[in-house]
Design a protein around this ligand. Structure first.
Ligand SMILES: *[C@@H]1O[C@H](CO)[C@@H](O)[C@H](O)[C@H]1NC(C)=O
Ligand SMILES: *[C@@H]1O[C@H](CO)[C@@H](O)[C@H](O)[C@H]1NC(C)=O
Ligand SMILES: *[C@@H]1O[C@H](CO)[C@@H](O)[C@H](O)[C@H]1NC(C)=O
Ligand SMILES: *[C@@H]1O[C@H](CO)[C@@H](O)[C@H](O)[C@H]1NC(C)=O
Ligand SMILES: *[C@@H]1O[C@H](CO)[C@@H](O)[C@H](O)[C@H]1NC(C)=O
Ligand SMILES: *[C@@H]1O[C@H](CO)[C@@H](O)[C@H](O)[C@H]1NC(C)=O
Ligand SMILES: *[C@@H]1O[C@H](CO)[C@@H](O)[C@H](O)[C@H]1NC(C)=O
Ligand SMILES: *[C@@H]1O[C@H](CO)[C@@H](O)[C@H](O)[C@H]1NC(C)=O
Ligand SMILES: *[C@@H]1O[C@H](CO)[C@@H](O)[C@H](O)[C@H]1NC(C)=O
Ligand SMILES: *[C@@H]1O[C@H](CO)[C@@H](O)[C@H](O)[C@H]1NC(C)=O
Length: 884
């Protein structure tokens, strides 16, 4: 029954009952992209009654296109025109929204061969600085698709950006925002990205506005094992805030075989996504006194909601408050009648989402306003000056530098270089609102007017270049005073002394100051150059991921050296017997079983073509695996890199991954405690090698039980190096932009600071060690304490330590060695990285555990299993990243 905690059943939230369509559209923004402002705008679209506006005042860039005339009749008016973006990498819409309101955001792209090239484009969408989704129109019928997300903006303006990721040109046909009531579709953190929204009916019509008050799009879906039931009566849908449309609620599916379950399977593109379900129900059959309809919901065979009995002609919504994950290609949802029920289960509609986190903070809001005002005053039209000025870093505006502490702190603008930008007029007063500005270069423009006094009051400003302008008047004294305190000021003597207040006498000391200043500058420049040069050298040496063309070269070179093979795609097809047997799902592709030379078994990871991150990770993994070699790291046999076909060929690990073994999925016997200790030692040795044994040192970044593979002797090997990075030991400045890893295993300190260090792997290793000891899931709502560390600490504090150890071991272990391992696991997972041991210490400790275990075993001393031993370290487990 505890599993019902994962759901909330909403039946009695009374929503506003008076519904006016006009009022509803008040919360809507509907942009018809590419509609020329000369045409009638706004207009009412016939099919939907929605009022569409031209997008021209919401974006400054892009060109207008129109789909092929022969296709026009197939699409609604709003999808006939489109905007495409041949220039720049990032192009953004800027929309005015209400901070804190929940919005449904939908972007539709309809290729319609607008350019006559017949090549469907592929690109990314971002919400502000954060990645939303990759759109690959190749994969959709007629190159038409839409993406939806339910998101709460953190400020009153919202950027939706199209990012060019390859050679094709991003396109967009409509951009729609609908405000939702603030009590529906709420997550603890992150935003809900839509995976599907279906009503179960044999109809063919997509239902949206005006039938759906919030303009959600409901796509009909039906399977042959189902039977449709329907009603002509109205269902009361105002009982809860979800307001499912009447047409959705008036039909439902029941299993055709009344005693069977209603099953719903879904092929997921990213099976590791954490899924959130919203089920909509309504009883539409008038039940006799002796009839009941009652059923439970099962996920992969496990009951997740025990009993449900929809009310006659009343809508109810059941939604999950914690996520469900598909396990190795298996994501099966079933509705089963309970014993008491005389009628089969029923399902009306279903919505499936995945949560995506938007960790990156926007640039400080005042500075965004200021820089946009500077852009307006000086009429700057630079293609990169769209979206957030500072983040993500690869889209930093030209001429700016920013300071970013960590993803949760808003970045600040530290330098503004508008040199040679053809700007005119007086220097914008808004510059003073860039309160962290250190450098200002406005040289070589046509600026006029006085040198503004406010520059002297900008405390952080250390460099100003105003040369080659048409400025007049004298330089404010306060600014000259700042010069004495180290400000570097560059002005043209002639320009700045047009007024008669400048006396030659005064200039003399200034020149000395200037001379001194320039001498200082030379020294600084030389020093900086040396530093930069040193850094450069080091960073070149550290580089893991070379650019694409150099990478392919160096890979082939290394291949020759290491005798590992490059395979053609047809060889891959042959060795996997046309991808006959899938072994599982890696981060960015499916892993297949295969044979090399008909006898040697291999595992072949085929990169899914849809994954844009995939290519990067593929390269990273090949690079790393070619470079390192260790018995506890999975061995790369070869790879395939042929146009779009990317595959990695590894040695085959017959015993699968550690997680499956612990959960009993492999069906084999329970892993003994000594085996578990050996596995822990193997992992620790593999990590120790990565951290200290290879040059440059590496962090794995994704240590978790599903990435630990077991060979036929149960020797453990670490796999999946797609996120691995090299790092410099003790280098404080090693900050990577995107924090990566798996929730639950992710070092809270790394998560907080983005500072990459080997200690993050130690943390993840601690979690894996806890899994080995407890056989508990990392996240488990049912046990009360969500995260494994909290649970262990909680049970330990109650002194109930025997409960921690995996009951499947049936006490067959030496408690000294188990407690010592537990102590070690907890110090590895200490929230503070400087309290964690390094991997070499971990190896030593674990080996001692194993020795204890073995010696005790030979003595057959089993008197000490009362679990009364105490742990030496104290646990503080307050901080860990919350589940996504
Ligand atoms: C975006 O819109 C907001 C509000 O409409 C406005 O204040 C801001 O300057 C705009 N930003 C850009 C880059 O146009
Ligand atoms: C939700 O919306 C209502 C009315 O629109 C408002 O009064 C209330 O404060 C909002 N609640 C939150 C948590 O935003
Ligand atoms: C629907 O249910 C609500 C809450 O139970 C009730 O207030 C309302 O009158 C009902 N509407 C209709 C049309 O029956
Ligand atoms: C109906 O389902 C039950 C239970 O799954 C099964 O035993 C029975 O054979 C099915 N009947 C038909 C006709 O398929
Ligand atoms: C339910 O009652 C109806 C008459 O009201 C009867 O015809 C039917 O057989 C009953 N069904 C069951 C399962 O008892
Ligand atoms: C089945 O019905 C009986 C009698 O109505 C009731 O006592 C029992 O609790 C029900 N069982 C379940 C599982 O709902
Ligand atoms: C500003 O940019 C110009 C050219 O883009 C460059 O020559 C100049 O050194 C830059 N100024 C500063 C202070 O970096
Ligand atoms: C300044 O403006 C004049 C004409 O107004 C133009 O010829 C000149 O090129 C401009 N100088 C710069 C640096 O933009
Ligand atoms: C910019 O600075 C001025 C003066 O310091 C201040 O009055 C104004 O409110 C600031 N604007 C913003 C957007 O912070
Ligand atoms: C981010 O950095 C700021 C300033 O250094 C610090 O106060 C804050 O705690 C950091 N936040 C996180 C989540 O690490």
């Amino acid at each position: 029954m505890e599993s019902s905690h994962r759901f909330l059943l909403v039946a009695l939230i009374v929503a506003s009952s008076i519904i006016h369509l006009v009022q509803a559209q008040a919360g809507f923004i509907s942009l018809d992209c590419g509609l020329s402002p000369n045409e009638q705008s706004p207009y009412i679209e016939l099919e939907t009654g929605l009022q569409y506006l031209s997008d021209s005042s919401f974006i400054q860039s892009g060109k207008i296109g129109k789909i092929d005339a022969s296709l026009e009749s197939k699409y609604p008016r709003s999808q006939i025109t489109l905007r495409y973006f041949p220039d720049g990498v990032r192009n953004c819409y800027n929309l005015s929204v209400h901070q804190g309101t929940n919005y449904l955001i939908r972007a539709t792209s309809n290729y319609g061969n607008y350019d006559g090239l017949n090549i469907s484009p592929r690109f990314d969408l971002y919400i502000g600085p954060n990645f939303w989704v990759t759109i690959d129109l190749e994969k959709h019928v007629n190159g038409n698709t839409w993406e939806e997300i339910i998101h709460i903006p953190k400020s009153n303006s919202l950027d939706v950006c199209l990012i060019k990721t390859g050679t094709s040109t991003p396109i967009i046909s409509t951009l729609e925002l609908r405000s939702l009531p603030n009590n529906t579709y709420i997550t603890e953190s992150g935003s809900l990205k839509s995976i599907l929204r279906s009503y179960l009916s044999e109809a063919t019509k997509v239902i949206r506005y005006p039938d759906d008050f919030y303009d959600r799009k409901w796509v009909p879906y039906f399977e042959s094992e189902w039977r449709q039931i329907s009603t002509t009566l109205k269902v009361n849908n105002t009982i809860n805030g979800f307001l499912a449309p009447q047409d959705v609620l008036m039909t439902a599916a029941v299993p055709a075989n009344a005693s069977a379950a209603l099953s719903f399977t879904k092929d997921l593109e990213f099976p590791k996504d954490e899924l959130y379900f919203y089920f909509h129900f309504s009883e539409i059959q008038a039940l006799q006194a002796n009839q009941t309809r009652e059923f439970s919901i099962l996920w992969n065979g496990e009951v997740i909601f025990p009993t449900l009995s929809p009310k006659y002609l009343k809508a109810s919504t059941l939604y999950s408050v914690s996520p469900f994950v598909c396990e190795v290609g298996k994501c099966l949802l079933e509705l089963k009648r309970t014993q008491n029920s005389t009628l089969p289960p029923l399902l009306t509609a279903i919505e499936v989402f995945t949560v995506i986190d938007f960790p990156q903070s926007l640039t400080n809001e005042d500075e965004v306003i200021a820089i946009n005002n500077i852009k307006d005053t000086h009429k700057l039209s630079r293609i990169s000056w769209q979206g957030d000025p500072c983040v993500p870093r690869q889209f930093l505006w030209d001429g700016l530098s920013c300071k970013e502490m960590n993803v949760s702190t808003p970045p600040r603008i530290t330098s503004l270089n508008l040199s040679s930008s053809g700007i005119m007029g007086t220097i914008s007063i808004e510059i003073q609102n860039l309160t962290h500005l250190e450098k200002l270069d406005l040289s070589n423009n046509n600026l006029t007017g006085l040198v503004p006094e406010f520059l002297a009051n900008m405390k952080t400003l250390m460099f100003i270049d105003l040369r080659k302008n048409n400025l007049n008047g004298s330089i404010p004294k306060s600014l000259r005073d700042r010069e004495k305190k180290g400000l570097q000021l560059f002005v043209d003597g002639d320009n700045t002394c047009l007024s008669n207040s400048c006396v030659p006498k005064k200039r003399f000391p200034m020149m000395i100051v200037a001379l001194v200043a320039s001498a200082v500058l030379v020294i600084i420049v030389v020093l900086t150059f040396i530093c930069v040069f040193k850094k450069k050298k080091r960073s070149v040496q550290m580089e893991v991921m070379p650019t694409m063309d150099t990478a392919s070269k160096s890979i082939s070179e290394q291949l020759i050296k290491t005798k590992r093979r490059r395979f053609t795609y047809s060889e891959v097809v042959e060795m996997t017997q046309n991808f006959r047997k899938a072994l599982g799902e890696g981060g960015f592709g499916i892993v297949y079983h295969g044979y090399l030379k008909k006898s040697d078994q291999v595992a072949v990871k085929v990169l899914s073509q849809s994954s844009s991150q995939g290519y990067k990770h593929f390269k990273a993994e090949v690079e790393l695996l070619l470079r390192v070699h260790h018995i506890n790291l999975v061995n790369l046999v070869g790879y395939c890199d042929e146009k779009d076909h990317l595959a990695l060929i590894y040695e085959y690990m017959p015993n699968g991954d550690l997680k499956d073994h612990l959960s009993g999925k492999q069906g084999g016997s329970v892993l003994e405690w000594t085996t578990r200790l050996r596995i822990a030692i193997d992992i620790a040795l593999g990590l120790e090698y990565l951290h200290y044994g290879c040059q440059p040192p590496m962090v794995h970044r994704d240590v978790k039980s599903t990435n630990i593979l077991l060979d036929d002797q149960f020797m453990a090997k670490i796999a999946d190096f797609g996120l691995s990075r090299s790092f410099q030991l003790g280098d404080e400045s090693q900050i990577s932009t995107a924090v990566a890893g798996t929730p639950g295993y992710l070092d809270p300190e790394y998560y907080r600071t983005s500072r990459l260090a080997e200690m993050s792997d130690v943390y993840s290793f601690g979690i894996v060690l806890l899994e080995l000891i407890t056989n508990q899931r990392v996240f488990d709502q049912a046990r009360g304490k969500l995260h494994i560390i909290d649970w262990v600490a909680f049970v330990l504090n109650r002194g109930d330590i025997t409960r921690i150890v995996d009951p499947n071991l049936h006490g067959e272990y030496n408690s000294h060695s188990v407690w010592r391992a537990l102590d070690l696991a907890m110090s590895c997972a200490n929230p503070s990285s400087d309290k964690r041991p390094n991997m070499s210490q971990v190896v030593i400790d674990l080996k001692e555990c194993l020795t204890t275990e073995n010696s005790m075993k030979t003595e057959k001393n089993d008197t000490d299993t009362d679990g009364s031993l105490e742990l030496s370290s104290s646990f503080d487990t307050k901080v860990f990243p919350s589940a996504r």
